[in-house]
Design a protein around this ligand. Structure first.
Ligand code: 3EB
Length: 348
């Protein structure tokens, strides 16, 4: 924090953090890094009470052992704010909280409670704008009191977010994924200024889905675009084989993959045409997370993905339950790039 950090942020890197996938073997050195903002593990517990450690309980597929490493150009301040563990710099707040259903019964209430804590934490620490959320939720397909738990999650999230000013306009990119373990978690990124909501012309905006998918529509945008001076980040939500609001290619994973890539392409084009983000091709995306439902063959998806994107895109394969039963896979992504005349294009 403080002036020295500010200078370094506006110096070499305009972005307030960098993210990369690294091998778990690097853990001891990573933990000693001064600028470590967050460290995310998948399907394995990492020892320690450091508030920057996040353990996502989805198994990694393909034999690797990957950590997602978030680095800031200066030492973050870390701490606890109620049940939220956080790490922050002058520019961003990274936070994580367990998804507690023991204390608050029912998925809808637990979600409402979790997001109320997040909003309160943002207010208290002074980072009023969410940029992205990741929601890992136990047993999302189970019915509870006549409602599928993912739908109850949508209801709780909508009920709390609709209390905030102009809430649809400020919806952000999200991932919502089912885990097979009892402990869920939510982590999030927030900032001092808002990003811009990006939608996909091939898909009905999730917040306008008809009520057959959930009693209140899913409160997320297809992507968030955030300018950081001369650079910008595009945070792309979990993207599925949905056209309009309907699932396409039921039962066919490789056709679902092709549809997902069409959706990612359309989304990137929208960010370029509407906001001047300089992204031309899908191989400029980074930090792909490919979520596969149990039973979907990783090798054939990986091969097809490589045919389409080449071998240069950092990709992590995780096993998870995608929100709709008929979706076999889903892909989230990230892009850091330049924006043409950022001040003009990102003004709301
Ligand atoms: C979809 O497009 C697929 O409820 O936060 C993807 C990403 C999905 C985020 C969420 C749901 C969510 O509707 C499911």
């Amino acid at each position: 924090m403080g002036n020295s950090c500010q200078q370094r942020v506006s110096g070499l890197h305009a972005s307030p953090f960098q993210v990369s996938y690294e091998n778990t073997a690097c853990l001891p050195t990573l933990l000693k890094e001064e600028g470590l903002l967050a460290l995310i593990s998948f399907g394995q517990e990492i020892e320690g009470r450091d508030p920057r450690l996040v353990a996502v309980e989805l198994p990694e597929l393909g034999g690797g052992s990957t950590l997602e490493v978030w680095r800031a150009p200066c030492a973050p301040e870390t701490g606890y704010e109620g049940e939220i563990r956080y790490s922050r710099t002058d520019a961003v707040l990274f936070g994580c909280l367990p998804f507690e259903e023991g204390r608050v019964p029912g998925m809808e209430q637990a979600t409402y409670h979790a997001y109320r804590s997040i909003l309160a934490c943002q207010q208290r620490l002074g980072y009023p704008y969410l940029l992205r959320t990741w929601n890992y939720l136990p047993d999302i397909h189970r019915e509870e009191e006549g409602l599928e738990r993912y739908r109850a999650f949508c209801l709780g999230r909508h009920r709390i977010l609709e209390t905030t000013p102009n809430f649809e306009h400020h919806l952000v990119a999200a991932t919502a994924m089912g885990t097979r373990t009892s402990q869920g978690l939510i982590y999030f990124l927030a900032a001092l200024e808002p990003g811009v909501r990006i939608e996909n012309p091939r898909q009905v905006s999730a917040f306008h889905y008809p009520p057959r998918y959930a009693p209140r529509s899913p409160s997320f945008s297809r992507a968030t675009l955030k300018s950081w001076g001369s650079k910008a980040h595009l945070y792309i939500s979990g993207t599925a084989s949905i056209v309009g609001h309907e699932t396409r290619h039921v039962g066919n994973p490789s056709a679902q993959l092709d549809e997902i890539l069409n959706n990612l392409q359309a989304l990137a084009e929208n960010a370029r045409c509407l906001h001047g983000l300089k992204i031309q091709a899908l191989n400029e995306l980074s930090l792909l997370k490919v979520y596969l439902r149990q039973g979907v063959d990783r090798a054939s998806i990986a091969q097809r993905l490589q045919q389409r994107l080449g071998g240069g895109v950092p990709t992590l394969f995780l096993q998870g339950d995608i929100c709709r039963n008929d979706l076999l896979l889903e892909i989230e992504a990230f892009h850091e790039g330049a924006i043409e005349s950022p001040d003009e294009t990102l003004r709301e």
